[in-house]
Ligand binder design. Structure first.
Ligand code: PLP
Length: 385
């Protein structure tokens, strides 16, 4: 089928919630994608920060194939080795408590919100401006953006949104607070790094009030910023965190990971999900974690990320560069959506514009220095230079 035929099918049959580019990708390997006409693209977006291992990483593909041939589904009413091993791996690599599996980032945040309220006499959840935590009702209520929330009111009560600054956080958090939920590096708002001072203040306010500090690492986790988990590059350890996106190496799986303090808050029947932590997705996640947790790969993320950030700052029309590791944004003095469109359709470079003047770059973490230079050349051309 041609892209025009796909567009006709979409027009007639698909509820139009996505603004799709007129491209059909049919194959991927590493940092490269190919479209239905055989054109090769350099991927600096990883499907919104999902394919951190690169497309179709052989170890992930093998784990999926191997598990799919033996058994794909039983249910969470029985034991499976991939889920138990993955829970141990996630806990030991981070907060040391226990894990609840989900199918997505929004669902991981739903689990976190329920856990926080069950753990506390407080009902309120404090979030910060610019946050994005997902589209389901709890996660949407934690996402203080008028355009995303307004058509769907009434939302879940009890969410308090404040500026991401220490004084505002201090004032908002008290004995009425169940949790503070933060992205250490905001993704959808256009890659905004919360300062150490903000994170430290949130930690202190939670310690004083007894509220849970929860980090949403759905986008900034899984090696994206040069440490396995983003909080590990800060001096602040949360009481729980949520992960998803890159966790499954390209398949849908998410998780809520707790510290020991919150490990036993949920009882049997408190929460659940049919597919969550399924055999194939958990096997894929174990393989993806094996690839990403490699210290050499994580060092590479830092080094290659620095080269990319420096190169971006030198490009024409780039006003500033934000981010950490391979989670970067370039602020432009041009319409970023037009630049992104030109990059895709003319330069065969996949990037994204989360805001009118912001280009976001989330390349696979296996990116090489040569590919950084290649991407910069293509972006320079897309900028019209
Ligand atoms: N949290 C963050 C920080 C995200 O970036 C996203 C998605 O972009 C989500 C949550 C929601 O994840 P999902 O789309 O898997 O529900």
């Amino acid at each position: 089928m041609s892209v025009a035929e796909l567009q006709a099918l979409e027009r007639d049959y698909v509820i139009p919630t996505y603004a799709r580019a007129p491209v059909e990708f049919v194959r991927g390997r590493g940092t490269r994608l190919w479209d239905s006409e055989g054109e090769e693209y350099l991927d600096f977006f990883s499907g919104v920060g999902v394919t951190n291992t690169g497309h179709c990483h052989p170890a992930v593909v093998e784990a999926i194939r191997d598990q799919a041939e033996r058994l794909m589904h039983t249910s969470n009413l029985y034991y499976t080795e991939p889920a138990m091993r993955l829970a141990r791996r996630l806990s030991e690599s981070s907060l040391g408590g226990k894990v609840f599996f989900t199918n997505s980032g929004a669902e991981a945040n739903e689990a976190a919100l329920k856990l926080a309220r069950k753990a506390s006499a407080g009902r309120e959840v404090v979030v910060v401006h610019g946050a994005f935590h997902g589209r389901t009702y709890g996660a949407l209520s934690a996402t203080p953006q008028e355009a995303k929330q307004a058509p769907f009111a009434p939302l879940v009560p009890g969410f308090v949104a404040v500026p991401a600054d220490p004084a505002a956080l201090r004032e908002a958090v008290g004995e009425q607070t169940a949790a503070v939920l933060l992205e250490p590096i905001q993704g959808e708002s256009g890659v905004h790094v919360l300062s150490e001072e903000v994170l430290r203040t949130a930690r202190e306010a939670c310690d004083e009030s007894g509220a849970a500090l929860m980090f949403d690492e759905v986008q900034c986790g899984m090696g994206r910023t040069g440490t396995l988990w983003a909080y590990q590059a800060t001096g602040v350890v949360p009481d729980a965190m949520t992960v998803a996106k890159a966790l499954g190496g390209g398949l849908p799986i998410g998780a809520l990971i707790t510290s020991p303090r919150l490990a036993d808050v949920f009882d049997v029947g408190d929460h659940g999900s049919t597919f969550a932590g399924g055999l194939v997705t958990a096997a894929a996640a174990l393989a993806a974690l094996e690839v990403i947790a490699d210290p050499a790969l994580l060092r590479g993320v830092v080094e290659v990320g620095e080269r990319l950030a420096t190169g971006l700052a030198d490009l024409p029309h780039v006003v500033s560069v934000r981010g950490r590791g391979l989670m970067l944004a370039a602020e432009l003095d041009l319409d970023a959506r037009e630049v992104v469109q030109r990059a895709l359709l003319k330069q065969r470079l996949v990037v994204n514009a989360p805001a009118p003047t912001t280009v976001r770059l989330l390349p696979p973490l296996i990116l090489t220095e040569d590919e950084v230079d290649e991407g910069l050349t293509r972006l320079r051309a897309a900028l019209g230079a």
